[in-house]
Design a protein around this ligand. Structure first.
Ligand code: TXE
Length: 503
């Protein structure tokens, strides 16, 4: 299958190592959010499709073809997947850029890193060791980590392949079999990837992808009795629904939900660097990332100068066709997300904020006039109680606020239900470390933003969810740890023997 930019792609569900027709004909039409043109279709799947996929994953888990395979062998296959992905990066980057409306330049940079996740987890899975804790008496006591079995991954549309592969690489490395429910807005690259991974040597049934709606297929995945863990990236409301669904079965979850990341800029940061940093933090993916810099907190002495330069920079970002190498900011994923962003701008103005850049739907020439483009928007004079500051927008709308000193900055940064990403910009290393220790955020950058690595744990606090992606933490959370107590003495004791040792 080819994904060159003029090809329309039609996928079936990927179950048990092959594409299979859904039990119903209804299809999800995936339209370009930048131009409205048809990119492809995927099944608007059913609960029955999901059941077939879970059955395939359960068979694969029970057959031990994957879970019992030596971690070294599993690692070879994961590395094959990484290499094949590398050789087809252009195709996947094009597809995700078309589906999300994000610039090809951004998508390529993001996808180039993905093979690292497979290499990393292929490597560390070999080191997934138990321990030998002391135990009183003549006993050997040890722990061992075994796969959970079938795990369910529910993913979002903003980084279709990245989010799936962050979860998939570690789930597979730990020896699990997987059912993925990709976003109904972006199922194409997950469905394409599944076939590629099978071609790279993944045994059939180990990876299954079922497209469809969250309320039906996603819910069925949460309800499936064979599924031993749910790993979700999505909105906070969805997180609450999923948590309630799986609470019934008491299975573990990892939840990567909403955010409203503060970008805290102290006045010793060179202005050029502060402006470049805030622009990068805020407008990558048109602000549609969970760690997007949404609240820019700037120290009073540089506030005016910063605001002027930041607004200027936002106004000069080039919006355009996702496939154009010169495009710096693309479209939003849907009309709903566009309207949502514009509604927040209107509510902010009503509450007293001032627009210093953007604020409107972007006027672009055909065919982009059908796209969901919003101008990079900077709002000044925002205050902590405004809706635009309190709620996640998931669009290119940024609130700027002034702070006077460290304590004030910390109060503003932490005064929020979300605790996912944050960045702190200063030349004072003592202040930087002092400050971040008190920050309520699971992912913190000092003098940078957005940077990610397979070894670097990723996850939030509060309404941003729980659990971690990446690193040893994620690998352990994809296994179950068992304790084993072994009697070493040759003689055995009979508890009920009259006059015996325990008499
Ligand atoms: O995500 P949803 P949506 C936020 C962002 C955005 C809002 C809604 O603020 O505006 O969420 O986005 C599946 N049972 N983020 O609607 O609905 C769904 O099908 C089981 C933040 O696209 O949360 C999809 O596969 N599954 C975020 C996945 O959940 C269900 C990323 C996420 O979709 C389900 C995306 C149910 N009842 C949105 N309902 C981030 N933090 O990165 C939905 N799903």
């Amino acid at each position: 299958m080819t994904t060159e930019s003029d090809t329309i792609l039609h996928f079936d569900q990927f179950i048990d190592g092959e594409y299979r027709q859904s039990t119903q004909d209804r299809r999800l039409k995936i339209l370009s959010p930048a131009t409205g043109e048809l990119i492809g279709t995927a099944p608007d799947g059913t609960v029955d499709d999901l059941a077939v996929a879970v059955a395939a994953a359960s068979r694969a888990a029970r057959s031990d073809i994957w879970s019992d395979m030596d971690a070294l062998e599993r690692g070879h296959i994961l590395r094959n997947i990484a290499e094949m992905l590398k050789s087809r990066l252009h195709e996947f980057a094009q597809l995700d850029a078309r589906v999300t409306g994000r610039p090809i330049r951004e998508m390529r940079a993001q996808l180039t890193r993905l093979p690292e996740w497979f290499h990393y987890f292929a490597g560390i899975a070999r080191g997934l060791e138990g321990s030998v804790p002391p135990f009183k008496g003549d006993y050997l006591n040890y722990t061992q980590i075994t796969p959970l079995g079938v795990v369910g991954l529910i993913t979002s549309w903003n980084h279709p392949l990245l989010i799936m592969l962050k979860k998939l690489s570690v789930a597979l490395a730990a020896g699990n079999t997987v059912v993925v429910k990709p976003s109904e807005l972006a199922p194409l690259s997950p469905l394409l990837f599944a076939a590629m991974a099978t071609e790279a040597g993944l045994p059939k049934g180990v990876l299954n992808v079922v497209s469809g709606q969250g309320a039906t297929v996603g819910k069925a995945l949460c309800d499936a009795s064979e599924v031993a863990k749910i790993d979700l990236t999505g909105g906070t409301q969805t997180g609450r629904v999923v948590a309630r669904l799986v609470a019934e079965r008491l299975i573990p979850t990892t939840m990567e939900l909403g955010g409203k990341a503060p970008v805290v800029i102290f006045d010793d940061t060179p202005l050029d660097e502060a402006v470049a940093g805030a622009t990068f933090a805020s407008f990558i993916a048109s602000g549609q990332t969970c760690v997007s810099g949404a609240r820019i907190l700037v120290q009073g002495s540089i506030y005016d100068a910063f605001l002027e330069r930041f607004a200027q920079r936002a106004k000069t970002l080039r919006l355009g066709h996702p496939m154009d190498e010169a495009t710096q900011m693309g479209a939003l994923i849907s009309q709903r997300q566009m309207e949502r962003s514009l509604d927040y701008v209107a509510s902010a103005v009503e509450e007293g904020a001032r627009i210093v850049a953007g604020g409107r739907r972007a006027a672009l020439p055909a065919p982009l006039d059908r796209g969901f483009f919003v101008e990079p928007t900077v709002l000044a004079d925002t205050t902590p109680d405004m809706r635009v500051v309190r709620e996640e927008i998931f669009g290119p709308v940024v609130c700027v606020m002034r702070f006077e000193d460290e304590k004030h900055a910390l109060d503003l940064a932490n005064n929020h239900e979300f605790g996912l990403g944050a960045s702190v910009w200063t030349r004072d290393i003592g202040r930087a470390h002092r400050f971040v220790r008190k920050l309520n955020a699971g992912i913190v950058w000092i003098n940078d933003h957005h940077k990610n690595d397979p070894a670097s744990i990723w996850g939030g606090f509060g309404s941003s969810g729980h659990g971690k992606e990446n690193g040893w933490h994620a690998l352990r959370a994809y296994g179950k740890e068992q304790n084993v107590v072994v009697r070493l003495s040759a003689g055995f004791a009979d508890w009920y023997e009259d006059g015996g040792r325990y008499g």
